[in-house]
Design a protein around this ligand. Sequence first.
Ligand code: NAP
Length: 293
Amino acid sequence: MNRKLQIAIIGGDARYLELIKKLAGHPYYQIKLIGYDQLDPGFFSVSHTDLTQITPETLDAVILPITGINDKGEINPVFSSQSISFPEDWFARLNHQALVFTGITTAYLDEAVKKNQIKLYPLMERDDVAIYNAIPTAEGTILLAIQHMKITLHGANAIILGLGRVGLTVADKFAKLGANVWVGVRSPSDIARANTLGFDGFHLDDLAAYTEKCDLLINTIPVRIVDKRVLNTLKTDALLIDLASKPGGINFDYARDRGLNTIHALGLPARVAPKTAGEILAKVIDQLITDHQ
Ligand code: NAP
């Protein structure tokens, strides 16, 4: 590389502090921070600026917050009291080779991509990010389980619903702590996979047969699976943790009516391990920029 790549980081949360630290340490990246005016300027040895001072044509990469840009074309940065408003032509002015990273895409960004042939990377939709993030998610789940259960995880009967990226790691971590892990899935191949990994795999149709002896139920399936029928079979002191994104997979109203301890635990990587979550983002962004050169 014979010149430094110009990277604008516009808004972001606690995860971005580690992301900035990692990218700022790269010898070929020149970082410009926008929306960090509440941080001590000496915190990172990178330049702080604002959107009006940036020439989009000169940027090689733009890193937007996890939440992207809202429908009004704005970002509300965590480390600034001022919102950031994107002029209508901002994305049109970007170099066609520039890469744009966001956590999730939004209607505004979808429109900007369509109009301006932008290379947009919604990081949270990537398999590698989801697989790395499953570790802090599982650790956050362990933390909640220990805080809210009256028995040890060792010897506890734990049902994990789903054997995707989160379910697999959660099942693995709880099994390693000595829990009896039963995994509910919908396909015969996932039942086989669960069994070969040392868990007890069962079909979701049989869930009610497993819940009677369950101390801890962890849902990772983003569909209403834990309904009234299932909830009626659970012990009153069972703990339910739903990891699936909103609206989740548990009938929360009914669970509450039954007096069950139910937690919808969202955004665990950012809450329990923002530094690790930031490292994960930095690693993937760095790899994508390098691959693009
Ligand atoms: P994933 O890899 O796509 O796994 C989803 C699992 O749900 C798979 O086992 C899938 O089974 C199953 N599933 C999906 N639809 C189903 C249905 N209609 N009936 C039965 N099973 C169904 O997703 P993931 O990365 O593990 O993420 C799982 C959820 O956790 C998502 O909602 C994600 O947003 C959320 N999440 C939460 C946190 C947090 O901090 N709480 C962190 C990361 C992710 P098949 O393979 O058979 O489709």
